[in-house]
Design a protein around this ligand. Structure first.
Ligand code: NAD
Length: 348
């Protein structure tokens, strides 16, 4: 295995991990360790090129710095990617990559992301101790998606309070795009709180399941973006908020779980210009990393820690939305500058 450092002005450490004999090429990007060891998952995808894989690692690791900081976690931002089809991954690739993680001596902690399972993480423990998202063990944190959904639900209530003057969701309509792990739990919480649901997924069976369980009205994957609702909750893929989709939105607010919802930072400004209140995704969806953090930080009372951090997250979102209103600007810009201030204060 060859580990080659790549110098970038934006990131503390970037490593290219390569072993031609076992078909392994990947990257580990440590964006910042100002607030603590960098934490963020390992993703495996069939990238079009090494450049595309590296760009993804750089972008995602920066995103983790912002998410971890906004959640008040003593963790920095990092991410790792392996190039290739996840269904073709081999144990030797994972074990070799784990050695590269270990070489950073704890400056980066990995966990599952797209294409990885808890069993893969368990395998990696044979070569590195800096891995979370394990299925078993004293501090194993399990499936993060219920906690992610709880954080989004709280954020939707906070967003509703700012947009409508009340966080009472009974009778309000929420359109949910993506009914997987996060979207499914979110629909449950919203239904229990009295909200009406409009639901869409590329998986027609899943749509039926959610409609039956929570009285949701089904929408097609195209129509969900223009459906008339109070709040739109994107819980599927990233970059769905762009100039075209924002122009067609028929909602007063957006708050959901998908990572990197804004195609570009200008799209935060576009939402603001349309009077649509946007809860920054890296704040609203931080419940999952809070859950994983209990494992990295070996927290004994996980439930109490999660409760406290979710409450703090709510206070943070409230402050972001308040400041955005006072400054008449996009909440995304405010959230980003609050984290920039935190990082600068720590670096000083
Ligand atoms: P998941 O794979 O369980 O669910 C995603 C769902 O979206 C699937 O049901 C899929 O069929 C559907 N989907 C895909 N493309 C779609 C489209 N174009 N239109 C409608 N539906 C579509 O994933 P998840 O764990 O629920 O995560 C959802 C999003 O939340 C992702 O963006 C993920 O990065 C983000 N996120 C997840 C967590 C977590 O704890 N799982 C934490 C933070 C952020």
């Amino acid at each position: 295995m060859q580990i080659t450092p790549i110098s970038t002005p934006t990131h503390e450490t970037v490593l290219r991990v390569h072993d031609a004999d076992i078909g392994l090429t990947g990257f580990i990007a440590v964006h910042s360790t100002h607030l603590g060891p960098a934490a963020g998952g390992l993703r495996m995808r069939a990238y079009a090129s090494e450049d595309a894989a590296l760009t993804d690692a750089l972008r995602l690791s920066r995103g983790m710095t912002y998410k971890n900081a906004a959640a008040g976690l003593p963790l920095g931002g990092g991410k790792a990617v392996i190039m290739g089809n996840a269904s073709e991954k081999t144990p030797v690739q994972l074990l070799t990559f784990a050695r590269a993680v270990q070489s950073l001596e704890g400056r980066y902690w990995t966990a599952e992301d797209m294409g990885m399972s808890p069993a893969d993480m368990e395998l990696m423990t044979r070569q590195t101790q800096f891995v979370a998202g394990l299925p078993n063990g004293a501090h194993a944190s399990g499936d993060p998606s219920p906690i992610t959904a709880r954080g989004i639900f709280n954020s939707i209530k906070t967003t509703a309070r700012h947009r409508f003057g009340t966080d009472d969701l009974s009778g309000r309509t929420v359109s949910v795009q993506g009914l997987g792990h996060v979207g499914g739990y979110l629909c449950q919480f919203l239904h229990e709180d009295g909200a009406n649901l409009i639901a869409a997924d590329i998986d027609a069976d899943r749509v039926k399941e959610i409609c039956t369980a929570y009285g949701a009205v089904a929408a097609s994957v195209d129509d969900i973006l223009t459906a008339k609702a109070d709040i739109f909750a994107p819980c599927a893929i990233g970059a769905i908020l762009n100039s075209e989709s924002i122009a067609a939105l028929n909602v007063d607010a957006v708050c959901g779980g998908a990572n990197n919802q804004l195609a570009t930072s200008e799209d935060g400004i576009r939402l603001h210009a349309r009077g649509i209140l946007y809860a920054p995704d890296f704040v609203a969806n931080a419940g999952g990393i809070i859950n994983v953090a209990t494992e990295i930080l070996a927290i004994d009372d996980r439930a109490a820690y999660v409760d406290e951090k979710l409450d703090t997250l709510d206070v943070t979102l409230d402050a972001i939305l308040t400041r955005a209103m006072q400054m008449d600007c996009s909440p995304d810009r405010v959230a980003t500058s609050i984290v920039d201030e935190m990082l600068a204060a720590k670096a000083a």
